[in-house]
Design a protein. Structure first.
Length: 90
């Protein structure tokens, strides 16, 4: 596995259509390969950030490189996706 970042965010900003200010503003970071946890208070934008990284949402501005290598796993546990077992075993 490469030592370099898998996903890179540069000056990322995201705002919901009805918001008066951005939820995420000028965020730059990189994520290495493997698992990454995101911890913050409820409503802080964790799910939005992860959906942006996985390409399920589009930023208001800024760039995301490597989104095609990110996988967004739904948070529901009552009905795991069919490929979940293989994902865990990998």
């Amino acid at each position: 596995m490469s030592n370099g970042p898998i996903v890179t965010l540069r000056n990322l900003t995201f705002s919901h259509d009805t918001a008066t200010k951005p939820l995420i503003s000028a965020l730059s970071m990189h994520l290495p390969g493997g698992f990454t946890g995101v911890v913050e208070a409820s409503g802080a934008g964790k799910t939005t950030l992860l959906r942006l990284i996985a390409g399920k949402l589009h930023p208001t501005s800024g760039t995301i490189q490597g989104a095609d290598r990110a996988v967004y796993c739904e948070q529901r546990t009552d009905a795991p996706p069919p490929t979940f077992r293989a994902f865990l075993e990998d």
